[in-house]
Ligand binder design. Structure first.
Ligand code: FRU
Length: 453
């Protein structure tokens, strides 16, 4: 087997080495650009660059040269976002400076721009220490979300009170270069020690962000680092907002730092998690991005549906199915469903289990293949299990996006995404449904979505 065949079939990875957060999701001159935190020299986190890919349809991606590099100004180019302003593509990112570590670390917001969407010129730090109110720490000040409203450019930045926990701050500018602090969105400490990667989509009325090291509450957020959303609107001029309660975006083990295209309601997240081993890194790469998810707000909550295009490979109208595939998209339509047992990537003693019983989906990766461990200590995490609520319905549609090292499950607008690491040859699939009827269809998506490797 060539090295390429060990790569995910259609999930975005770095050409080699490590990737984490998606960055700078933006449509520029009719093309969707996507950047990501990238360290090509090894399969673990290191001095951060911005890797870069683009697409016309959000399904097929083309690699572009690395957009941002560390240099004398930045020891690392941390996460950030993009905006189109005066016909140019602008990137706002966090300039990370080590300065010997500890209290001397500086995380400040820097700017780069491009005329062609491929070559970027750095303009230096534009939201510096002097722009940050005294009570917030310049050591934990990162992940700018830049967006344009009328004549004004706004920027949300994750921050931490010197004597407290995570916050989100709003800044404004008339020219991208001079910034003014507007207000602290939270006004009180969040549950997380630090907030990361805030994103705001005015069209959807959606604020998303991550909280670090927050104690778990029931099944709500079992990952030590979790990604949340809140519905409402941000009135930048009025320095106020109407955001409701926080809800979890994804119920799986591996979903973080998501961003949304501003004018196209599509979200992409990091399909991995901090503080976990990455068994597939033995193949020379670590970290993947989720497939794009179409977003809408339905019944007062966030709906996510995977974006994909494929060729029907098999269809069975049966309560019992056995199939073979290591990747693709499986759609199951079940009427009057009482229980469903789906086993994926069966082979060489391994299997990944998805069960729907009553109003709950259980995902079990305890025997999925190479063990994946994290810092979570609660019983479910240690058992390799995650759960997701399933609404009562006469008809359920379950979509499973399967790739060499990942499973993303969608049902009733909710999502559960996790890494798995079975042998590449483990391709068995079985389905047993206790239902009125059940139609199983598998789509082959290779050739319809992917990235040149
Ligand atoms: C989130 C994060 C960001 C930071 C980046 C560094 O995963 O920790 O807060 O900018 O990763 O790579």
């Amino acid at each position: 087997m060539s090295e390429q065949s060990f790569r995910p079939e259609f999930h975005i990875t770095g050409q080699m080495g490590w990737i984490n957060d998606p960055n700078g999701l933006i449509k520029f001159k009719d093309e969707y650009h996507l950047f990501f935190q990238y360290y090509s020299s090894n399969v673990y986190w290191g001095p951060m660059h911005w890797g870069h890919v683009k697409s016309r349809d959000l399904l097929n991606w083309e690699r572009l040269p690395v957009a941002l590099f560390p240099d004398e100004q930045d020891d690392g180019c941390f996460s950030g976002t993009a905006a189109v302003w005066k016909d140019k593509l602008w990137l706002m990112y966090t300039s990370y400076k080590e300065n010997g570590g500890g209290e001397n670390i500086r995380q400040l917001q820097a700017l780069a721009s491009s005329e062609d969407g491929v070559h970027f010129v750095k303009h230096g730090i534009v939201i510096g220490e002097k722009d940050l109110p005294e009570e917030y720490s310049p050591c934990d000040f990162r992940d700018p979300k830049v967006f344009v409203e009328g004549d004004t450019v706004y920027c949300l930045v994750a921050a931490r009170k010197k004597d407290g926990r995570g916050r989100i701050l709003l800044f404004s500018s008339a020219d991208m270069f001079k910034w003014r602090f507007e207000f602290d969105l939270f006004g009180k400490d969040s549950g997380g020690i630090m907030i990361e990667c805030p994103d705001y989509n005015g069209g959807l009325g959606l604020l998303t962000y991550c909280e670090q090291f927050q104690p778990a509450q029931g099944n709500k957020h079992l990952n030590i680092h979790s990604t949340f959303y809140r519905l409402g609107t941000l009135d930048c001029k009025g320095r106020s907002h109407t955001f409701g309660e926080s809800e979890i975006i994804d119920y799986g083990f591996d979903f973080y730092a998501a961003q949304i295209y501003r004018d196209t309601p599509v979200m992409i997240g990091w399909l991995n998690m901090w503080d976990r081993n990455v068994p597939y890194s033995k193949y020379g790469f670590a970290g993947m991005l989720t497939v794009p998810r179409k977003l809408s707000i339905k019944d007062g909550r966030l709906w996510q549906e995977p974006l994909y295009k494929g060729r029907k490979a098999v269809t069975y109208n049966n309560l019992k199915v056995s199939d073979r595939a290591v990747s693709g998209v499986i759609e199951i339509e079940a009427e009057n469903l009482k229980r469903l047992d789906l086993k994926l990537r069966i082979g060489n003693g391994a299997q990944t289990l998805v069960t729907i019983d009553k109003e709950e989906l259980t995902f079990d990766r305890s025997s999925s293949g190479a063990p994946i461990t994290g810092k979570e200590t609660d019983a479910l995490s240690v058992a390799g299990v995650r759960k997701m609520p399933v609404d009562k319905s006469d008809k359920h549609v379950i979509t499973v996006v399967l790739d060499l090292y990942s499973v993303e499950i969608f049902i009733g607008g909710r999502a559960l995404s996790s890494v798995i690491c079975p042998d590449i040859s483990a391709d068995g699939i079985t389905l047993v449904a206790d239902a009125g009827s059940c139609v199983y269809t598998r789509y082959d998506v290779s050739g319809y979505m992917g990235i040149d490797k």
